[in-house]
Write a protein that binds this ligand. Structure first.
Ligand code: DON
Length: 309
C-alpha cells in the first residue's frame, strides 16, 4: 500500500515543507554545526523490497549526532546483553531536555533512558573495546554492515569541536562515574562518544538503517541477521517513547512512527512492514528536533496513514 509514495510525490512534499526551513535555528553549541545551510533539505525512503525514492539535495552529508544513540544501543545490547545494559540505564522517558542533569541526582546516577545524553554516554561506555578508537571502529563496522556501505566514517573536525566544548557531557560522565554507572576514563568515553556523534552519512544511507530496523534487524537483500530481532524491537520502542526527547508525546500523536532526531537536523524513522525514512533539514526547533523533518513526517504520516497507533 505505502509504495504509493513515489519520487514525484516526495519531491512535491519536500517543496511543500521548504518554507519551514527558516522557522527554527541551526545548532550553534557545536561550532562546526553552526555552518550548516538551513536551505539544504533532503529526504529518502528505503522500502523493504529494496526499492527506494529520494528528493532534495541528497548528496548532502551530515553527522548522526543523537541518531547514533539508537545504533550504539543496539551494539551495546549485542555486546553485553539486556540485563547488564538495563542495570545501568533505565527504560523510562524523562520529559526533560536531552542534556538535562536534573534527574541523575534522584536515581542516583542511573540515567532514565539511553536516548538522553546521560544514558547515551553510559551506553558508549559499555561498547566493547579497550580504547576509544577501538569502540568507534567497532561501531563503524557495525554501521557498514547495517548500510552495506564501507565508506562511512566520522568527521574529525565535528568530533574535536564537540570534545573541546562538551563540559556538560563531561559533568554527566563524572556524576555517573561517582555512582559506578560508568567505568574507566571520562575523557576516553567522551572521546568515543563525540566521534560516534560525528559519524557522517547521507539520507539514503540513513534510510537503509531505518529499513533494516524495520526488517527485524535483517539485511534487505541477503536476509542475514545483523541485529537480533528482539533487540531491534527494543531500539524501535525507545524511538517511540524517547526518540524526540520532551517532544516524544506530541510526535507520537501527530506522526506515530518510531523515530530518532539529531541536532544536525536529521531524523531517522523506521516503520515495520514499510521501511526506513530519513530526512535532513538543519533548522531546529527549541527542543533540538529538525523543523522540516518533523513537518514532513507529519504530513506523510497523515496523508498515507503511516501511524502505528
Ligand atoms: O551530546 C550532544 O550534545 C550531541 N552530540 C548530540 C545531541 C543531539 O543530537 C540531541 N538531539 N537532538
Amino acid at each position: 500500500m505505502k509504495k504509493d509514495i513515489t519520487q514525484d510525490i516526495l519531491e512535491e512534499w519536500l517543496e511543500n515543507v521548504r518554507p519551514y526551513a527558516f522557522d527554527g535555528q541551526v545548532a550553534n553549541y557545536i561550532p562546526a554545526l553552526s555552518r550548516q545551510n538551513p536551505e539544504e533539505l533532503a529526504v529518502a525512503i528505503q522500502y523493504l523490497n529494496g526499492e527506494s525514492v529520494e528528493a532534495g539535495y541528497t548528496d548532502a552529508t551530515f553527522t548522526l549526532q543523537s541518531i547514533s544513540k539508537v545504533i550504539a544501543l543496539a551494539l551495546a545490547l549485542m555486546d553485553n546483553g539486556e540485563d547488564y545494559v538495563f542495570d545501568r540505564v533505565g527504560m523510562e522517558p524523562t520529559g526533560d531536555p536531552f542534556h538535562s542533569i536534573y534527574r541523575l541526582e534522584k536515581t542516583p546516577g542511573k540515567p532514565l533512558n539511553p536516548m538522553i545524553n546521560a544514558g547515551a554516554l553510559a551506553v558508549t561506555n559499555m561498547i566493547h573495546g579497550d580504547t576509544p578508537d577501538e569502540k568507534v571502529g567497532r561501531l563503524l563496522s557495525f554501521i557498514h554492515d547495517l548500510t552495506d556501505d564501507h565508506t562511512i566514517g566520522y568527521n574529525p573536525e565535528v568530533a574535536s569541536n564537540e570534545f573541546e566544548t562538551s563540559f556538560l557531557n563531561r559533568s554527566l560522565l563524572f556524576y555517573m562515574k561517582q555512582h559506578r554507572i560508568v567505568k574507566g576514563s571520562v575523557e576516553e568515553t567522551l572521546d568515543a562518544y563525540t566521534k560516534q556523534c560525528a559519524i557522517e552519512v547521507n539520507v539514503c544511507q540513513l534510510a537503509r538503517i531505518g529499513a533494516l530496523f524495520a526488517n527485524g534487524g535483517r539485511d534487505l537483500e541477503s536476509g542475514r541477521s545483523i541485529i537480533p530481532k528482539h533487540l531491534a524491537r527494543i531500539c524501535k520502542t525507545f524511538m517511540v517513547t524517547c526518540g524526540m526527547y520532551d517532544a516524544s508525546g506530541s510526535f507520537a500523536i501527530k506522526v506515530g512512527i518510531p523515530a530518532k532526531s539529531g541536532v544536525s537536523g536529521s531524523v531517522l524513522a523506521s516503520l515495520n512492514h514499510f521501511g526506513g525514512i530519513a530526512v535532513y533539514g538543519p533548522s531546529l526547533d527549541e527542543k533540538g528536533n529538525s523543523v522540516v523533518g518533523l513537518k514532513l513526517l507529519e504530513l506523510l504520516s497523515n496523508r498515507y496513514d503511516l501511524s502505528i497507533f
